[in-house]
Write a protein that binds this ligand. Structure first.
Ligand SMILES: Nc1nc2c(ncn2[C@@H]2O[C@H](COP(=O)(O)OP(=O)(O)OP(=O)(O)O)[C@@H](O)[C@H]2O)c(=O)[nH]1
Ligand SMILES: [Mg+2]
Length: 395
């Protein structure tokens, strides 16, 4: 039910460091059972400002945890290994790679901004991280193009029904990308193409595949290793390059996040994930203390290590998801309050939310209340990020 964020990138960019830091969580006992589904899939958290303080009560989260008004809401994170040239043709870990990619709702492309690793992840000098960005986009586009071509073949064969429109065949072939015939038609028309694949040349098909990929697989660039001077030098030229206007970049030090989480676990410092400050609580050997001071400088300058920021920007901005609290103004009789906070697709209505909670609630939907304003809202009202919604049913 929760969203899946996929970490992708060539070898040695820091995917595993990012993944380990993000999924290593000091969750209070009884909060949420940490389940490792497989070694590359874990539970990470995204921060949402808790609504409970607005009602002068303390929340009791069912999942994740809440600290000083910040709710940590679970989300799934996947370390998608195996990006190599030709991955779309099954090279490297090809099929596993594509399965993982397929299941990810949004991608975080981890890029080594130092330029000190080549496309295979081997040490080098003066590698342009732009090549990595282009390479991943091209690889994804070729994978989409393969599937698009199959859809066109399907249409030409006429096997699935003579009067089917091209967008229907493409939508069927591309169903794993969660795009429907109507949306495909929009993309075709937006590119000034006709709804007839016989009029499309190679370039048109590539453009179409790319456009569908951009719309269905939102992606964020995590500019990693930004704790190094080499990476910092690359930041401006790349993020201000007009070629990459379509991308969002977040500066990240996966290393720093891992070090702070480790310190927290060892009880030598207090750090809340995502914060731009932390407190050292133990007497540390000089070298370790100096290392932490470097990290302090980094998180102060960059507003955090970037790991939480990358996950949240991916989910709430690139994908456009919203977090909604089901609830009432007051705690229940057993003292529980705002136990849940769910992440829903952009544009979800009050009725969608009811169905999301349970089919019975959806089917019995009578009306809903915006708990903050105490106003009644209809089934079709679109919800906003951080809404607190109470649903009244007939049953
Ligand atoms: N300076 C710096 N080094 C980092 C950072 N994150 C990772 N590294 C280093 O980069 C190297 C590769 O990190 P990994 O996390 O193993 O990279 P990966 O992308 O999982 O690599 P593969 O599993 O081989 O694909 C290691 O030596 C890390 O210590 C960072 O934020 N800053
Ligand atoms: Mg790894």
């Amino acid at each position: 039910m929760s969203y899946k964020i996929g970490l992708v990138g060539k070898p040695s960019v820091g995917k595993s460091t990012f993944f380990n830091a993000a999924t290593m969580n000091d969750v209070p006992e009884g909060a949420y059972p940490f389940t490792t589904i497989d070694p590359s899939m874990g539970e990470a958290y995204v921060r949402v400002d808790c609504a409970a303080p607005e009602f002068d009560h303390t929340c009791t989260p069912n999942h994740g945890y809440c600290t000083e008004g910040v709710r940590f809401v679970p989300t799934k994170l996947v370390d998608v290994a195996g990006l190599v040239p030709g991955a779309h043709e099954g090279k490297g870990l090809g099929n596993q790679f594509l399965t993982d990619l397929n299941e990810a709702d949004v991608l975080v492309h981890v890029v080594d901004f130092t330029g000190e690793t080549d496309l295979e992840g081997e040490p080098t000098e003066d590698h342009d991280p732009r090549e990595d960005i282009d390479f991943l986009e091209d690889e994804l586009d070729m994978w989409y193009l393969d599937i698009l071509e199959k859809g066109i073949e399907r249409y030409r064969s006429g096997y699935h029904g003579e009067d089917k429109a091209i967008e229907d065949d493409l939508a069927e072939q591309m169903s794993a990308f969660k795009i429907n015939a109507d949306e495909i038609k929009q993309v075709v028309l937006a590119l000034d193409l006709e709804l007839d694949p016989d009029t499309w040349d190679d370039e048109d098909r590539e453009a179409l595949a790319r456009e569908i990929r951009i719309r269905t697989k939102p992606m964020l660039i995590a500019a990693n290793k930004m704790d190094t001077p080499a990476a910092q030098e690359n930041w401006e030229p790349i993020t201000e390059d007009p070629e990459y206007e379509h991308l969002t970049f977040v500066p990240v030090s996966a290393h720093a996040e891992k070090a702070l989480k480790n310190g927290n676990e060892q009880g030598v410092l207090d750090y809340r994930p995502g914060d731009e400050e932390f407190t050292v609580t133990a007497d540390l050997p000089e070298e370790k203390a100096a290392g932490l001071e470097q990290i302090r400088e980094f998180v102060t300058d960059f507003g955090g290590t970037g790991v939480q920021q990358a996950l949240e920007t991916a989910l709430f901005e690139e994908l456009g998801a919203i977090a909604v609290f089901p609830g009432a103004r007051k705690p229940q009789e057993d003292g529980t309050f705002l136990q849940d906070c769910f992440v829903l697709p952009d544009g979800s209505t009050a009725e969608d939310f009811a169905y999301f909670l349970h089919t019975d609630i959806g089917e019995g939907f009578l009306h809903a209340h915006d708990v903050r304003t105490e106003r009644q809202i209809g089934a079709d009202t679109e919800l906003d990020h951080r809404d607190v919604v109470e649903i009244t049913t007939t049953n």
